[in-house]
Design a protein around this ligand. Structure first.
Ligand SMILES: [Zn+2]
Length: 392
């Protein structure tokens, strides 16, 4: 049976009563999987059918289980348990209820995007060429961050006995990702944005050195470029999108050496987490992957795909399902399953959902993910159920 899973926050199940919420997921929406958030980033939520909190100001960088402090005595970073977690078995009892019904359980883990950890452990955050410590993003090259992620993953598997993990933000993020209430009122040249997103923490500098490029010298050159360029209005060529060729040739080729070194480091971390999952027979899921060295995340697509079981990708626009799904199936190795991700806007009245899902299946989609239980209205959850023929 093709997988049809819905991203879900544990509080939406707990607030509503786990069994009655799972009835809605399984009976009303006709789904056969739950993708349960276990580690999550800052958000403010509108939860239209939640009986206890329709507006919820979330905590930043929280874990949604009662973390066992003794597991983190050797890691610098310590998990921040959400105030919503009011008992030892908060997450494990929900996970057990999901599995007891025969629903497939995916644990959904957010990694580097974490304001709490970046703020409290600034030495573990990304540090740009100008020396600014990022307040939203951890550096995946930092060994303390990597140790923490390994232990966090293990604890979540132990707490949930999940059959799969959705890996989110296990890589570098773009410069402005997670900036709260930005006051960026003037244009920043695309190349400068790219450079501002690079990390020059001691670990990234050391990795660059090992790759044969002097990391601190490159940092000084990038800083000098930014100090010259940022005050100026970008005009003409400076406004052009950054090409791979520009990245390869900039700073006398040193930037390319830096990007190669960081790609190897961050892809190695993804592989480590994936192997940790696979050793326990847990399937590895992530978002869309591009071939080659991704300029933003640093991840090397081919290496990621080799250890990934399935990809939750975008839901193609109406009428383009067959073309896009076929192209993705061709671009990715045959062992990788493709799960188009359906959003709230696709679930409004008159949306022809069933035919769009069928078109995806006929073109080779292996299942679907839906986003997200607590954020959708009850009418939208009913519409998912009305389209269940697409996967049943
Ligand atoms: Zn770094």
């Amino acid at each position: 049976v093709p997988l049809a899973t819905i991203y879900t926050y544990p509080w939406d199940l707990d607030d509503e009563g786990v069994e009655s919420a799972l009835d809605v997921i399984q009976e009303t929406a006709g789904l056969n999987g739950v993708s349960l958030a276990a580690s999550y980033h800052i958000s403010t939520y509108f939860l239209p059918h939640n009986p206890r909190r329709q507006i919820y100001f979330g905590e930043d960088g929280m874990v949604l289980f009662d973390a066992d402090e003794t597991r983190y005595v050797t890691t610098r970073l310590r998990p921040r348990t959400s105030h919503l977690v009011d008992r030892r078995d908060y997450l494990s009892a929900i996970a057990q209820a999901v599995r007891r019904r025969g629903l497939e359980l995916t644990a959904w883990i957010v990694y580097c995007y974490n304001h709490y950890q970046a703020r409290n452990y600034p030495e573990c955050a990304k540090i740009d060429a100008l020396g600014n410590h990022n307040h939203a993003q951890l550096c995946p090259s930092n060994p303390d961050v990597r140790n923490y992620f390994r232990e966090l993953t293990r604890e979540i598997l132990d707490q949930t006995a999940a059959q799969a993990v959705h890996i989110e933000s296990l890589g570098f993020l773009r410069f402005d990702y997670g900036i709260l209430n930005p006051k960026i009122l003037t244009e920043i040249a695309p190349f400068d944005r790219f450079l501002l997103g690079l990390c020059f923490c001691p670990h990234c500098v050391a990795a660059t050195d090992r790759g044969g490029v002097e990391g601190d010298r490159l940092r000084r050159e990038v800083a000098a470029h930014l100090e010259r360029s940022l005050p100026e209005e970008p005009v003409g060529e400076a406004r052009a999108e950054v090409t791979e060729e520009r990245r390869s040739s900039a700073f006398g080729g040193a930037l390319d050496g830096y990007l190669t070194a960081r790609a190897d480091a961050v892809t190695g971390l993804y592989e480590e987490v994936a192997q940790l999952l696979r050793a326990r027979n847990v399937r590895v899921e992530c978002g869309a992957v591009r071939p080659g060295r991704d300029a933003v995340t640093g991840l090397i697509g081919e290496r990621v795909l080799a250890v990934t079981d399935r990809i939750a990708s975008g839901f193609p626009g109406s009428g383009r399902e067959a073309e896009i799904i076929r192209a993705q199936k061709q671009a990715w190795p045959p062992h990788v399953q493709l799960l188009p991700s359906i959003q709230g806007a696709d679930l409004n009245e008159g949306g022809d959902l069933l035919n769009r899902l069928r078109a995806c299946r006929e073109a080779g989609a292996d299942g679907f993910t839906f986003y997200n239980y607590g954020l959708l209205r009850s009418a939208q959850l009913r519409r998912i159920g009305e389209a269940r023929e697409a996967w049943e």
